[in-house]
Design a protein around this ligand. Structure first.
Ligand code: PMP
Length: 400
């Protein structure tokens, strides 16, 4: 009965790792997937996460009962504080509902489905380019996906005018997907002044902001700085949605821990919105997993653990920034043609190199370096030992 089923293409991002795994070369390098690696090229479990897990294991009173549909209450409370700030008026006024979801992706999907059911303007505007999963998640959630200009290849920076023009011509009420910080794949973020202009336009036009926060703390190393974009929108008293992921900033990738918050006009609306979120979640996966959320809740609640986390997080962010400088210097030293300053200007886990798909294919074929075909490299996958190899490959690709 399944004879007619055709083979689907590999996921463009996860497929990079599939190809990498098949390569037998000892010098192969995977710069495709956005997961942190140590200087030794190994995945990292944070010390504070190990410590929290140990405490959970030792606590024999802990059981494996189902969580409520909306997840672990303490996790939700702490997650809202983390993104909105501990003194956020919206939290104090009880007009935020936060539900635990399956990492960032699941939070986007639940938020998208809620909007498709209950929001009148079912069009979402996403930036060009954006994380490849965004259009698929929102289309399957039942929204119609349109785009706004974001990145200017000529300047390798933000196309701010283009962005404002496109948002200005969006229909009133349309949803706008915004990367809270460390835009993926470009590493290009608006400045705080630009965020303020974006906010004014969005509020003026009555658009609905939906933030994707997958890298809080990873951009600057500071959790508060990386939440500024979200907080200026919440401070004006208007509505917004936020999808949070703990994959990168706590290294909990496979634990699938995240949260969706919906900031409403008042507590009464927030309560009704939460009741409807339960109806979205229940037939999708009933209730979320308990382990990862328990780790996060413990770390966010305990002052010492929280401080330890911020130090480890800053360590990861700083290593990535150092890789940017090392790669930039290595290209300068080789006299590689072109301006490579965007490598040190861009923010977060990725550099949008500007290499085209042909140059990427060449680097994979000749240098066994794997990355997405749009020229995005994960800086977290680099180390001082592999930077020269990458610089050689880039130099060869642009001078051939
Ligand atoms: N949004 C963006 C922009 C991302 O880069 C990612 C991870 N690559 C996610 C959401 C979701 O990640 P996860 O579901 O693993 O939390």
């Amino acid at each position: 009965v399944f004879d007619h089923v055709v083979r689907a293409p590999e996921d463009p991002i996860l497929g990079v790792t599939v190809a990498y795994n098949k390569d037998q070369s000892p010098i192969k390098l995977n710069l495709g997937v956005g997961a942190y690696r140590t200087e030794e090229g190994k995945p990292l479990v944070l010390n504070v996460v190990r410590q929290a897990e140990q405490t959970l294991v030792n606590d024999k009173s802990r059981v494996k009962e189902y969580l409520p549909i909306v997840g672990l209450a303490e996790f939700n409370k702490q997650s809202a504080k983390l993104i909105f700030g501990s003194d956020s008026p919206a939290i104090q006024e009880n007009r935020v509902t936060t539900v635990q979801c399956l990492s960032g992706t699941g939070s986007l999907r639940v938020g998208g489905e809620f909007l498709a059911w209950h929001y009148l303007e079912r069009t979402i505007y996403i930036p060009v380019p954006t994380w490849g999963n965004h259009p698929k998640v929102f289309t399957l959630a039942g929204l119609s996906v349109k785009t706004y200009r974001y990145y200017d290849p000529a300047t390798r920076g933000l196309d701010f005018q283009g962005m404002l023009e496109d948002l200005n011509s969006a229909p009133a009420g349309a949803i706008v997907l915004l990367h809270a910080c460390a835009h993926n794949p470009t590493g290009v973020d608006p400045t705080l002044e630009q965020w303020e202009q974006i906010r004014q336009l969005i509020r003026l036009k009555g658009l609905l902001p939906f933030f994707d926060s997958a890298y809080q703390g990873f951009a600057s190393g500071s959790l508060d700085s990386d939440a500024q974009s979200v907080r200026i929108f919440v401070a004006d008293g208007g509505e917004c949605l936020v999808a949070q992921s703990y994959a990168k900033n706590m290294g909990l990738y496979g634990e699938r821990v995240g949260a969706l918050s919906i900031v409403c006009k008042n507590a009464d609306v927030a309560g009704r919105v939460e009741s409807q979120l339960k109806l979205v979640i229940r037939p999708m996966y009933s209730n979320p997993p308990i382990h990862g959320a328990s780790i996060v809740a413990m770390i966010l609640r305990d002052r010492d653990m929280y401080n330890e986390w911020t130090i480890e997080l800053k360590g990861m962010a700083d290593r990535i920034i150092s890789m940017r400088h090392q790669l930039f210097e290595a290209l300068l030293a080789r006299g590689t043609p072109g301006d490579w300053s965007h490598i040190i200007k861009q923010i977060g886990m990725f550099t949008f190199t500007g290499l085209n798909s042909e140059q990427v294919a060449f680097m994979t074929r000749e240098y066994h370096i794997y990355m997405t075909s749009d020229g995005r490299i994960s800086m977290a996958g680099l180390s001082s030992t592999t930077v020269p190899h990458l610089a050689d490959a880039i130099h060869a690709a642009v001078t051939r």
